[in-house]
Design a binder for this molecule. Structure first.
Ligand code: ATR
Length: 277
């Protein structure tokens, strides 16, 4: 078997996914390739999909801005992806396209791999900062994994309310309220793009207190040490870097395509080195 994988999105010329999946192929001793298929938003997406349907791809990833646009072209969609309303992984099997979303589950895997103690007590109080697409994936994956006390703080309250609708254990806060109550949470997850280069001085909230042993996580990985992680570090909290989500969402996608779970030994450091140049 010679696997053929790909990535669609725009712009994706600098994507790290080919490197990550190349590592996975080597680590599992499988033969294959991973191709970047950039689709310009000015081109016809429907035509590109028609061409892709006739290709020999075994699976592909989807990134911005096509994670929702791909859905009408699928033959099946997995329950989690349907809930999230976005697909980042397609399995091409027996002529059918099956859609998955590995972002949220990948994030939870990355977190619990670094902090295995979380698996023993998922009743920890979680504060999710932001309510965009990334927050949606992470929120559903946390619920799916058994976390049951999740508060969402967002600049626009209506978006946070929409996200938690139907979940009676979830609470919604303004960012100002979150700033005041931050010491009540065991796990704080920053899911917005605030703090990403070139705005690395920005922070979605400023923290002056934290619970002892709190874990603070940021999905932004450019830079790795974001403003919010710097604050957490100063206050003595445990910190979790965003690039590991990238690795674990890819690991889960690779498993969907090949039924093989690649080893992650040392990859975290290698990717860190690449990102830090
Ligand atoms: P996505 O998660 O879909 O990729 P994003 O633009 O990275 O999208 O992040 C969207 C989230 O970041 C939203 O929660 C957004 O808040 P609103 O819902 O109020 O728009 C939040 N966000 C983006 N810029 C922000 C800022 N300057 N201050 C506070 N929150 C911000």
């Amino acid at each position: 078997m010679n696997y053929q994988f790909g990535l669609i999105g725009y712009p994706i010329k600098h994507s790290l996914s080919p490197w990550i999946h190349g590592e996975f192929l080597q680590r599992t001793n499988l033969k294959g390739s991973y191709e970047v298929i950039e689709i310009n938003p000015n081109d016809s997406f429907a035509e590109k999909m028609e061409t892709l349907k006739t290709s020999d791809l075994n699976g592909f990833n989807i990134t911005v801005p096509y994670k929702e646009k791909i859905i009408p072209y699928l033959d099946e969609i997995n329950e989690q992806a349907e809930k999230i309303g976005a697909v980042n992984t397609v399995l091409c099997k027996n002529g059918k396209w099956i859609g998955y979303n590995t972002d949220g589950i990948g994030y939870v895997r990355s977190l619990e791999n670094k902090f295995p103690q979380l698996k023993e007590d998922r009743s920890k109080r979680v504060l999710l900062l932001g309510a965009g697409g990334a927050a949606k994936g992470i929120f559903h994956a946390l619920i799916h994994s058994g976390y049951n006390q999740i508060t969402i703080a967002n600049r626009s309250l209506d978006k946070a309310e929409k996200l938690t609708a139907g979940n009676k254990n979830s609470e919604v806060l303004t960012l100002e309220e979150a700033e005041e109550k931050v010491s009540q949470y065991d796990l704080i997850i920053q899911t917005s793009s605030v703090g990403m280069k070139p705005n690395q001085e920005q922070s979605i909230i400023f923290m002056s207190t934290l619970k002892e042993n709190a874990i603070v996580s940021d999905i932004v990985y450019q830079p790795l040490m974001t403003q919010i992680l710097k604050q957490a570090n100063k206050l003595g909290a445990h910190i979790h870097f965003g690039h590991t989500m990238l690795l674990y969402q890819a690991q889960y996608a690779f498993e969907i395509w090949t039924n093989n779970r690649p080893s992650m030994d040392g990859l975290d450091k290698e990717l860190q080195n690449i990102l830090e140049g």
